[in-house]
Design a protein around this ligand. Structure first.
Ligand code: SF4
Ligand code: SF4
Length: 322
């Protein structure tokens, strides 16, 4: 039987973060021990990983805040030079660094993605991110990136929205903004992870009224997108929207997850996980792909499918539709 190997990887290039988000505690990881980040892998170690894991065609660089990594530029250049699909998810506040970065990458003919996290319009975004003026800064970056794009750069620009009880009514306004600016848009419900987001103890629950308002906004988005452009890709995207809501609201499990089958997670210390929500390490960057993807730890992860092959957080249907 042919071995199922991952084709896409989320890589947390650093856990350093300049936000103080209410729904994620990554920013606390180095608070007590700031020098712990020295254990993060260096770019040459990541490059060796990319060469070894040749089945992976697509990388999503996440964090922490990726633009705090000293390796972000070299990493992006390496991935594009090796014809990998690349998306970087950022909070967008390091504006001049980001603009400088995209200017340097202009020489590459292929497209790559920059996804700016935006959780609300105005001050509520700052509340979600725990820092004043973050909305203003993220918007300034977006506006500059749009200009760069209009001047012929190959960026795929999108907005990434995280839905939490605090911003339950902002899904439609942020979606509308994305459409107005002709950007891609994707959203997720806030997710929990004891080893990645370290937010398992966060007790944020949506109430019935909030769920109803979220449902109304999702229906509005679906109606709006279907009107303009009905196609199979959209159907898949909308099925995912509904599945996320059904799972969060009624714990209905109606989509299969792609963790380990096509996706994997690499943390900034070189540890490999099939999924970033479950603390089940299956190997490190020093191991060979064939060994990691056939070892006992991976088999154990696969066996637990009946318990976790359910959450709607990690699906191929999370696509950007500009
Ligand atoms: S959600 Fe992103 S920006 Fe916010 S604390 Fe977590 S890693 Fe940092
Ligand atoms: S269903 Fe399980 S394995 Fe898949 S993304 Fe969710 S927690 Fe991870």
């Amino acid at each position: 039987m042919q071995l199922l190997m991952p084709t896409s990887c989320a890589f947390a290039i650093t856990y350093k973060c300049n936000s103080r988000c209410v729904m994620c505690n990554i920013w606390q990881k180095y608070a007590e021990n700031p020098l712990a980040y020295q254990k993060e892998i260096q770019s040459d170690q990541f490059f060796a990983f990319v060469k070894k894991w040749s089945t992976i065609k697509s990388y999503n660089i996440v964090g922490g805040e990726p633009f705090l990594s000293p390796y972000i530029k070299d990493t992006a250049i390496f991935l594009l030079s090796n014809r990998k699909d690349l998306t970087i998810t950022t909070n967008g506040v390091l504006s001049s660094k980001i603009i400088n970065f995209v200017t340097k990458l202009n020489k590459f003919p292929q497209k790559y993605g920059i996804s700016i996290s935006l959780d609300a319009l105005g001050e509520l975004h700052d509340k979600m991110r725990g820092k004043r003026n973050f909305y203003e800064k993220a918007m300034q970056t977006l506006e500059k990136l749009i200009q760069v794009k209009e001047n012929g750069s190959n960026i795929r620009l999108s907005i990434h929205f995280t839905l939490a009880p605090l911003n339950y009514n902002q899904l439609w306004p942020v979606y509308e903004l994305a459409k107005e600016l002709k950007l891609g848009f994707r959203f997720n419900f806030m997710a929990y992870s004891d080893f990645y987001f370290e937010n398992k103890d966060t007790n944020m629950k949506f109430n019935e009224t909030q769920f109803n308002i979220i449902e109304h906004q999702i229906n509005k988005i679906i109606f709006n997108e279907r009107n303009g452009n009905p196609n199979g890709k959209l159907e898949k995207r909308h099925a995912h929207f509904r599945a996320m809501l059904a799972y969060e609201k009624d714990h209905v499990k109606n989509m299969l997850c792609t963790a380990y089958k096509t996706h994997m997670y690499l943390d900034c210390y070189g540890n490999i996980f099939p999924c970033c929500f479950l603390n089940q390490k299956v190997g490190t960057i020093d191991d060979s792909p064939e060994v990691v993807w056939t070892n006992e730890a991976l088999k154990k992860f696969i066996r637990c499918d009946c318990k976790c092959n359910i959450c709607p957080h990690w699906f191929e249907s999370v696509i950007d539709v500009s």
